[in-house]
Structures are given as C-alpha cells and as structure tokens.
Design a protein around this ligand. Structure first.
Ligand SMILES: Cc1cc2nc3c(=O)[nH]c(=O)nc-3n(C[C@H](O)[C@H](O)[C@H](O)COP(=O)(O)OP(=O)(O)OC[C@H]3O[C@@H](n4cnc5c(N)ncnc54)[C@H](O)[C@@H]3O)c2cc1C
Length: 444
C-alpha cells in the first residue's frame, strides 16, 4: 500500500453492500477504494437468497450477469409448509417486479462481486486490509487509517462508507451507537441434489421447534438452515438441528439426514441491530452496518443493493457530500422501519411461542390460503418491493381479522372466554403498536 493517498470514497467492507456501492459510484466516475480483510466466505453462513428487487438493482449496477455466469439458481417465490399444507407465495403476481430472484452460495457471491468490481476503471480493492481508525475533524474530508499485516497507512476521502457488516467498526469509530440483540443460532448444511418439496421456491418449514429454510443455491445443491432460538435448552447445535428432521417432508428429510451425517454444518448467530443513525458528517453506513434483523425474511442482500442505489442517487443529486449522506439516510429510514417490523412480526408468528402468535400463525396461513391479493401484497412486503409501513399495518390488520373465527368459537385452541379475551387484547395491542410505528413513520 502506498502512503498519503486520496480517494473520493473509501468503502470499508467488500461484501454485498460494499461491492454494490463501489459499482454504483464507479458509474459516477468517483475514485473509490474498497478495503476488505478477505475472510473465507465459504466458511460463513450468511445471505444467499436475493429477492427480485435485489436482482433488479444488481442488473442496474452491472453485477447480475457476473453472478449468473458463475452458477446459482433462480427463485420463484416462497412455499410455506405447515400442518401438512403448502402455501405457495410466488413473486410473479407482484406488479412491477421480476418474477424470479436468485440464490447462490454466500462465499461465491462475495468472491464474484469483489472480482467484478476490481475490474471497474475507478475502483481499487485492497485485500487483507481493514479500516481501523477515522478522523472526522476536518470539514472537507475524512481521515481513514487502513491496516494490514505490513502496517498502517493514512488516507483522505471525501466520503467514508461503512459496509463492514452487523458488528461495524466504522459505526463505532464514527461514534454512532446501536442496540444489538442476539436472537438465535443458525445451523446450515449444503445438501447435494437435495429434493425440495417445491423446486424453485424458497421453502419455509414450520413443523419443527422453530422455522427451517430450504432453497436451491445451484441446479444440483440445496441449502438447508435451521433456526435454533437462543433461549431454549441445550448447547449442542448439531443435536438440536436433528430435532428439526421430523419437520421435513420426504424425500428432503432423507437427503438432509445424509448431509448431516457427512458434514459438521456451518453455524452463525442471527442478530438484530438498530443503529442510532446511518449518517454522520462524511460517514454513511450501508447494508448490515446500517441495521439488520433476523434472516428469515432474507432481505439483507436486497437492502444492501438498494442502499447502493440510494447512495449513488443521493450523491448524484447533491454535490455536497454531507448533504448527500443526509438525503440517503432520509430516503432509507421508512423502508428500513417496515423491513425490521415485518421480520420481527413474521419471526414471532412462525416460532409461535405465545397464544397470540399461535392464533396469528393460523390466521396468516388462512389469509394466504383465501386471498390471492393478500399473497401478492405479502410478497411485495417480504421482497422489499413495498416499503411503506402503512401497507404493512393494513396487512397486519387483515391477518388479525382472519384470527377472529378462532377467537370467537371454541375451536382448535379450546380456550375459555377469559383466555380468548386476553389473546384478543394482545392482538389489538400489537396492531396498535404497529399502527403507532406507521404514524411515527408518516410524521418523521
Ligand atoms: C444465517 C444467515 C442467513 C442469511 N440469509 C440471507 C438470505 O438468504 N438473503 C438475504 O438477503 N440476507 C440473508 N442474510 C443477511 C445477509 O447475510 C446480510 O444482510 C448481508 O450479508 C449484508 O451484507 P453486508 O455487505 O452489509 O455485510 P457483510 O456480508 O457482513 O460484509 C461485511 C464485510 O466487511 C468486512 N469487514 C469487517 N470489518 C471490516 C473493517 N474494519 N474494515 C474493512 N472491512 C471490514 C468483512 O470482512 C465483510 O466482507 C442472512 C444472514 C445470516 C446470518
């Protein structure tokens, strides 16, 4: 590394968010440095499924073709399997959205993207290096210290982008606080030639202690992932993973059992991170550094590409970097609030630990079964195509309405009136809480 160099933009992190931002800024002709420690992505259990809005953004950024050339598999939507029934939620009915997303092994996505952006005329990639300090005291630039095994160098940039993941150092160095909560442990296997119950669909399997996910990452390989909630007994993740086997339909169960016999599996923690801000002075946070939630909704990669497009557009509209960064943050806030609320609600409903969430789960499945419009709106929200909190609250209210038959009659839940009233009150409170979130979003 040479000393005392200046770039228009330094990006900490060469994952999906960092690579997408670099591709976007290359289009603006900004000299950009991506700094990436270069950990082995193939040993990491992380994002693989990209919803159609993400693939649309990747195409716009000129990155989709490179991924498709390496492999992967198309994803046509989701299939939720519960109580012996399958609820198919295709992307196709969502107006204005591509009918298919894309999935590929996480390490292959990261390596391919980094290789692709390194060939862009205005982008340099430093591997084996990391951002370790920043100095935001100057009005016209930010000082960035980058370190590798050989030592450290000082750089100057008009903008520093923190694309360094959920535990972002840039966020901490910029003095931006964050609420971080560990939710669960994820255990994942690659299942060669795994036979999905609905090939081409991301399958959410709800018969186990918590949700299991299964989707193709190549024409001849399936990823299976188990969510192991952290507040349940037992630390042996492998043994806990096997408890989910009964929830899988045959022949997938046999395929997964064989994979579990042959592999140790990859383990990863799922967190929710809510930063106090995503912009400060000449520092902007993108991707997981700017907030993340449980991966059940598989939105992190699509949010990362959207962040890249938003930041590019903000810099195009506002030549003054701090103003552009503020504009980026303002455009991002509402959709992020909706994304996080949806992920929290859906995870609680799919894990279904309380009487309220059990009733909601039945109601959600009933809603999807009866309403083609409901399925389409759910997929618009889930894919991040729809980011308005008001739409999420409206859909939540529809689901609560579908809970009424369960609450009004002594049906499957067989609860006395007082208990059903408590459940109804709980649902009303949670609806109001979401409505409050929508109102705050409208007023902010
Ligand atoms: C188990 C699991 C499954 C998931 N499944 C999905 C899914 O199917 N679909 C989906 O959309 N999302 C999924 N996600 C979320 C998704 O992985 C993330 O949202 C996505 O990886 C975020 O990309 P990123 O570039 O912001 O961060 P990361 O992918 O975390 O990349 C951050 C990069 O920054 C680098 N870095 C770290 N520190 C520094 C530093 N100081 N300086 C420079 N670089 C640094 C790291 O080496 C890394 O390459 C999943 C997450 C988990 C945990």
């Amino acid at each position: 590394m040479s000393d005392a160099r200046a770039f228009d933009v330094v990006i900490a992190g060469g994952g999906m968010a960092g690579a997408a931002v670099a591709a976007g800024l290359d289009g603006l002709g900004l000299s950009t440095l991506v700094v990436e420690p270069g950990l082995d992505g193939s040993k990491r259990l992380a994002g693989e499924l990209i919803h159609p809005p993400g693939t649309t953004d990747l195409a716009e950024l000129g990155l989709l073709g490179a991924l498709e050339a390496v492999g992967g598999a198309p994803v046509r939507g989701f299939a939720v399997l519960a109580d012996g029934q399958a609820h198919l939620l295709p992307y196709a009915p969502v107006v204005g959205m591509r009918p298919a997303g894309f999935a590929m092994e996480h390490g292959a996505i990261a390596t391919t993207l980094r290789g692709t952006i390194a060939r862009r005329p205005h982008v340099a990639v430093w591997h084996g290096a990391r951002v370790v300090a920043l100095d935001a005291s100057a009005p016209d630039h930010v000082g960035v210290t980058v370190a590798n095994d050989a030592g450290a160098v000082q750089l100057r940039a008009r903008l520093l982008v923190g694309a360094d993941g959920a535990a972002s150092s840039v966020r901490r160095l910029a003095g931006i606080g964050a609420r971080r909560r560990r939710i669960s442990t994820m255990l994942g296997f690659v299942v060669p030639c795994g036979r999905l119950p609905h090939p081409g669909f991301g399958c959410v399997l709800l018969g186990g202690p918590a949700p299991a996910l299964a989707y193709q990452i190549a024409t001849d390989a399936v990823r299976v992932m188990f969510d192991l909630p952290d507040d349940t007994e037992g630390s042996d993740v492998s043994a806990r993973g096997r408890a989910y086997l009964t929830a899988l339909p045959e022949p997938l169960r046999t395929d997964v059992r064989e994979a579990m016999d042959a592999q140790r599996g990859l383990v990863s923690a799922s967190h929710s991170v809510e930063p106090d801000a995503v912009a400060r002075g000449r520092v902007a946070l993108v991707g997981d550094a700017a907030g993340c939630c449980h991966p059940l909704t598989a939105t992190g990669l699509s949010v990362s590409t959207r962040d890249a497009i938003r930041l590019r557009d903000a810099l195009r509209a506002e030549p003054d970097v701090p103003s552009a960064v503020r504009r980026y943050a303002a455009h991002r806030a509402g959709p992020q609030r909706t994304r996080v609320a949806l992920a929290q609600a859906l995870y609680a409903v799919f894990v279904a630990r309380t009487p309220e969430t059990r009733v909601l789960r039945t109601a959600l499945l009933r809603y999807w079964k009866r309403s083609p419009r409901g399925r389409a709106v759910s997929m618009a929200l889930l894919s991040t195509q729809e980011g308005r909190m008001s739409i999420m609250v409206r859909e939540y209210a529809h689901v609560v309405r579908h809970a009424l038959p369960t609450l009004l009659r002594r049906g499957a839940e067989r609860r006395p009136l007082a208990a059903r009233t408590r459940v109804a009150l709980g649902l009303s409170v949670s609806t109001l809480r979401h409505a409050g979130g929508a109102l705050r979003g409208l007023l902010s």
